[in-house]
Write a protein that binds this ligand. Structure first.
Ligand SMILES: Cc1cc2nc3c(=O)[nH]c(=O)nc-3n(C[C@H](O)[C@H](O)[C@H](O)COP(=O)(O)OP(=O)(O)OC[C@H]3O[C@@H](n4cnc5c(N)ncnc54)[C@H](O)[C@@H]3O)c2cc1C
Length: 380
């Protein structure tokens, strides 16, 4: 016979810990919660386990509290840890990871009147319905637990390399970086090495800046399906434009048209994106499954670069590297990875168009090879 939990939280990254903190705050002492996960960087997940101070949050500190009823919690934590940042500043993600862990530890220390929380170090391997009111989870360690409510906090996982590195000799495979969050890879890159980064999101910007901080001065080619990179927050954030979700059209094309028209009525388009922020969930829930699929197919990359913006000083640093030609964007698909004498690892891709992050200018081109002594291929 096994214990039946009131809530099972599956995962041990950021969302799992954020949910657990709030369950501890809100559930009665009689409740039982299990957190199931096998992540050694408990609570920090992919985003907040970085150890480099230059890797920053992309949301101002004042909006990153774990506890909705204490909006200043993170800013207060920063102050009490010798980092006197303001609510509008962008803190480091490593500090945020420590804050997440500290907050959980602080809530767990309160023994009086808090619910029971069991941390189970295992992977959830399967799930079945039991007696129509509970779900039973099979764990990687052979155990089974049951829960009346389940919160899945599984993250997005890692992308796999889109081509098989078959032709690449073992001696060069170490130049394909599987996990850029193990920062030891930076030591394998010589200052003048050419680097090719697959993917052009937030992780790409982090890795470009980490390379620079590590003394790298070679060219960096960035390849992604659309060649779009995250945009920056404004130094002086505009006042959000309130958006009434109920008055928006119910199709993605209609919504985009309306939002574009709204952004022409304000001095800074960010006012529209920031106005959408509190309405996003309601907007998503209103969409039919066809429209949701349409959004994911066509609009997601555009949403990502406008919605998940980087701190303004981070954007300025990054843009300088784009403008001086150090970082070059390519829109297209990786087709093959080869091997040459010495340290070279040529990658071939087919391009559809490249876009500069700020100007939005496009240029057309076809298949081309990114090649250089000691190319490093990154994947995200
Ligand atoms: C580079 C980068 C920067 C970001 N910056 C910000 C930011 O500044 N602000 C912001 O709000 N968001 C940011 N994000 C988004 C951020 O990733 C999410 O906000 C959040 O961290 C995602 O948390 P998660 O729990 O969903 O995923 P993760 O934190 O990645 O955790 C997923 C967990 O699920 C576990 N898991 C998976 N499968 C199983 C299984 N079968 N059984 C048990 N456990 C399992 C994994 O081991 C892992 O612990 C950033 C993301 C990235 C990549």
């Amino acid at each position: 016979m096994y214990l039946t939990y009131d809530v099972i939280v599956v995962g041990s990254g950021f969302s799992a810990i954020a949910v657990t903190c709030n369950l501890i705050e809100q559930l009665p002492a009689s409740a039982k919660v299990a957190v199931v996960g096998d992540d050694p960087g408990f609570g920090r997940g992919t985003a907040y386990r970085t150890e480099l101070y230059l890797h920053r949050l992309n949301v101002p500190a004042g909006r990153m509290s774990l506890l909705p009823h204490q909006p200043d919690d993170f800013v207060d934590w920063l102050k009490s840890h010798g980092r006197p940042l303001q609510a509008g500043d962008f803190a480091s993600r490593s500090d945020y990871g420590l804050y997440v862990r500290d907050t959980l530890a602080r809530l767990l220390r309160k023994r009086d009147g808090r619910c029971r929380v069991d941390f189970i170090k295992a992977k959830a391997a399967g799930c079945v319905e039991r007696y129509s009111s509970t779900l039973a989870f099979h764990l990687g360690n052979g155990d089974e637990i049951a829960g009346r409510n389940v919160v899945l906090c599984l993250g997005v996982g890692n992308a796999t390399l889109p081509v098989a590195p078959d032709g690449v000799p073992a001696s060069l495979r170490s130049r394909i970086i599987e996990n850029p969050w193990r920062l030891s890879w930076l030591r394998r890159v010589a200052p003048s090495d050419a680097v090719c980064i697959l993917g052009s999101g937030l992780t790409m910007i982090d890795q470009v800046l980490a390379l620079r901080a590590h003394g790298h001065s070679g060219k960096i080619d960035v390849l992604s399906r659309r060649g779009l990179a995250p945009l920056g927050h404004a130094w002086k954030p505009p006042v959000p434009l309130p958006i009434d979700v109920q008055r928006l059209p119910e199709t993605i094309s209609g919504i985009l048209k309306t939002l574009r028209a709204k952004s022409r009525t304000v001095a800074d388009w960010r006012a529209v994106m920031d106005g959408l922020r509190p309405a996003t969930q309601a907007l998503w829930q209103r969409l039919s499954s066809e429209e949701r699929a349409r959004f994911l197919r066509h609009a997601l990359p555009w949403w990502n670069i406008h919605r998940h913006r980087v701190a303004p000083d981070v954007f300025d640093k990054f843009e300088k590297l784009v403008l001086d030609g150090t970082v070059r964007f390519h829109a297209g698909f990786l087709k093959s990875l080869g091997a040459e004498e010495g340290r070279s690892l040529p990658a071939t891709g087919s391009e559809r168009r490249a876009r500069s992050p700020r100007s939005g200018r496009t240029g057309s081109s076809t298949a081309r090879e990114w090649n250089g002594p000691g190319s490093v291929i990154h994947r995200f």
